[in-house]
Design a binder for this molecule. Structure first.
Ligand code: UD1
Ligand code: CA
Length: 454
């Protein structure tokens, strides 16, 4: 195997997206398009990955970090001009340079590897990855001679009617002999409808020099789709979602309705976990075995243990243990830490709160900035009064405490181990362990009050 290098074109603004976000940073299943391309390349044994950046250069760099080396294309004069910018890092190298577009997020490492292997065994100067498209509108067309050999690629905008009727498209992915690539690029001009230096023109240049030109046609057109606008972006999202869901199902995750189950890239789910319709699992989420999630539940950047149920609820940036029951209609906000066997029921909101093992808040509570021990019972309608208008304060509820219904715990305050708070109390002072705190007005009954008034 010769040395392999990769160049990813990611400098374009993406005018057709009509967006403030640069095109290659648009996410597909929660991951930037260009990151998908870079991640797939990781399985292709390339020595150097070079990203050509321009529009949003710093943001693209931030996103890809050390996954690539960078060259700047200050003015976007076309894909050929873009590749030329990588010369400083590739000049004189012997080997294969695979060029990919940052806007083809569905391309898999398998297809890239097939292309590389085909190119290397053919010994061609260039091998273009092609596909048959039912609707090739917008793509460059692959023009072959009577012997089926590739002659050149014509851009949609430059093509005549006959050329436009060709269904075989240029996917924008190619393997080049590195030295031949940079030599040929010096001959590319911008004499075309768009006034751009087209990378595909290299093929005609090499062909005219009598070099061997190859084409590798993949049967998977959908993988090679270039995302230029929002319509294509939504199609890419659907393809990627199908792929992600399939992988999870193959690994033992159950899904009642995969078409309404949205799982972002990188989410981990254990086996025998069942996902009901309307589940959205966002990046950074790890779910254990035998959980039941949904229907209609959103989990983002959170870890959930085994055998936990989350119904019609939202969990963000939190840790949830095993054997926990959440919902229906609960909201677990960031920095919460829910231990094993906890129950969080209807209309309970938890924020930056630690709940110890076996504790319960079953109905209508707000628990914010609290440290709750094990086996605590928070009665219906009880809340932590954590905010004084300027600062947030801590509420501590120690192991085994019992908070009666509709209590206000005015922080900072501690309810000691095993203590009781009577229903309807407003607790302003610490409650010692094992004590009963009653903080409410005594009831007065005015006998015969109604009769007298009449
Ligand atoms: C390109 C190909 C077309 C192919 C299609 C596949 C050319 C001229 N055309 O068309 O044959 O069918 O991809 O999807 O190559 N970019 C830069 N710098 C530039 C111009 C573009 O970095 O100066 C980057 C863009 O950010 C993008 C990629 O190159 O990631 C492709 O550019 P784009 O404008 O989308 O090309 P297409 O018109 O789709
Ligand atoms: Ca494109």
């Amino acid at each position: 195997m010769s040395k392999r290098f990769a160049v990813i074109l990611a400098a374009g603004k993406g005018t057709r997206m009509k967006s403030d976000l640069y095109k290659v940073l648009h996410p597909v299943c929660g991951k930037a398009m260009v990151q998908h391309v870079v991640d797939q390349l990781k399985g292709c044994e390339v020595e150097k990955t070079i990203a050509v950046i321009g529009h949003g250069a710093e943001l693209v760099k931030d996103r890809l970090g050390n996954d690539a080396e960078y060259v700047l294309q200050e003015e976007q004069l076309g894909t050929g001009h873009a590749v030329m910018q990588a010369e400083s890092l590739l000049a004189g190298e012997k080997g294969t340079t695979v060029v990919l577009c940052g806007d083809t997020p569905l391309l898999t490492q398998d297809t890239i590897n097939e292309l590389l292997e085909y190119h290397e065994t053919q010994g061609a100067k260039v091998t273009v990855l092609t596909a048959k498209a039912e609707d090739p509108t917008g793509y460059g067309r692959v023009l072959r001679d009577e012997n089926e050999a590739v002659k050149r690629i014509v851009e949609h905008k430059d093509a005549n009617t006959e050329e436009r009727s060709v269904k075989e498209i240029n996917t924008g992915t190619y393997c080049f002999d590195n030295e031949a690539l940079f030599e040929a690029l010096t001959h590319v001009n911008n004499d075309n409808v768009q006034g751009e230096y087209y990378l595909p023109d290299v093929i005609e240049i090499l062909q005219k020099q009598g070099e061997l030109i190859a084409a590798y046609q993949t049967p998977h057109f959908e993988e090679t789709m270039g995302v230029n606008d929002r319509v294509a972006l939504s199609e890419a999202e659907q393809f990627m979602q199908k792929r992600i869901n399939k992988e999870h199902m193959k690994a033992g995750v159950g899904m009642i309705d995969p078409t309404s189950t949205y799982i972002q890239a990188g989410v981990e789910i254990g086996k025998d976990t069942l996902l009901y319709p309307g589940v959205v699992l966002e990046a950074g989420t790890v779910i254990g075995d035998q959980c039941v999630i949904g229907p209609h539940t959103e989990v983002k950047n959170s870890r959930i243990g085994n055998k936990t149920t989350v119904k019609q609820s939202v969990v963000h940036d939190s840790e949830v243990g095993s054997g926990v029951a959440i919902g229906p209609f609960a909201h677990i906000r960031p920095q919460s830490d829910i231990s094993d066997d906890v129950r969080i029921g209807n209309f309970v909101e938890i924020k930056k709160t630690k709940m110890g093992q076996g504790s319960k808040a079953s109905h209508l509570s707000y628990l914010g900035d609290a440290e709750i021990g094990d086996e605590v019972n928070v009665g219906c309608g009880s809340i932590t009064v954590n905010y004084d208008g300027k600062n947030k304060h801590l509420t501590k509820i120690e192991d085994g405490a019992f908070i009666g219904c509709n209590s206000n715990l005015i922080a900072p305050v501690t309810v000691g181990e095993g203590a009781y708070v009577a229903a309807g109390s407003t607790i302003t002072d610490d409650v010692p362990g094992e004590a009963l705190a009653i903080a409410r007005q005594r009831q007065t009954n005015k006998e015969n009050y109604v009769k007298k008034d009449k």
